[in-house]
Structure formats: C-alpha cells, structure tokens
Design a binder for this molecule. Sequence first.
Ligand code: SF4
Length: 150
Amino acid sequence: MKACTLLSQIKTDIKKYHDLLPPPENKPHDNSLESILSHYNQENFRKIMDLKCEGLEENINEEALADFKNRIDYFFSIYAPDDLEFREFIKLISIYLSFIAKKPLHPPGTVFDNGKKVYQKGPHFICTGKNIFQKDEESLCKYCVAKNEE
Ligand code: SF4
C-alpha cells in the first residue's frame, strides 16, 4: 500500500471526530502532559484533513502497520479498555504521525513524570526517555521517529 492510500483511509475514518474537537484557536490550558497531547492531537487532526497526496509515494510496511495497531490496542486494553471511540481516534492520529508525517508520538515540549523529555534539534526529534520506555511491553516507541539522545 502507498502512503497516499493510507492517508485516504485515515481521512475517511477520522473525519467523524471533527465535531468532537475544540476550535483551532483553543490553546493548551496548561503545561500538563494531558493538555499538550490533546493540543497535538487536534493540530494533527487538522493537518490530516488538509494534507494532499502529492509526494506520498512511499510503500507502507503493512506488517509493521498491523503490529503498530496491535500495540495501540494492547495499550488501551490496559489503560482505557472501555474508551473505544478515543482508542480509534488515537490510533488514526498515531498512524499518521509514525507512517506518514514522521513526527514523534509525543510532541516536542513533552516532559514525562520521570523528567525525561522530547525536543527538536534541527530536523531531528530527540526523546531522552526512549531507551527506557521502549523496554515496556508492546511499546510504541519502536515505531516512533524520535531518537535516543546520543
Ligand atoms: S520514543 Fe516513545 S516516549 Fe519518546 S516520543 Fe516516541 S513514543 Fe513517546
């Protein structure tokens, strides 16, 4: 499957969430991880809906994509088993980030509880916690473009 086909599928599946999102002028309420992630999700929703197929010729690794979806299902089965609608929304945003936009799953500016953080250095995304978090069972870090700090 080409990246363009994947984008079309994401657009078709994600547009139903449009009315659930706050207006674009809404900024994060605070610096909490929840607020930053919520804003990142909204921003990426709008990018998905605006994105055109030009240049999206890359072949998607469908085995990796299936594994990625399974990992998200695993994560939600533990932390939010009843929130199926939110799970599907996050799954679509995350697929877009990892397989199309090549942006990290946690945005630059994220600071985790253990003090590890995500930041951008030139064209690269750095996550100082990747070498820790990627050891978690079914970790999504495997498919995240953020790199460990050298
Ligand atoms: S490497 Fe893992 S913890 Fe770091 S931004 Fe990516 S998904 Fe988040």
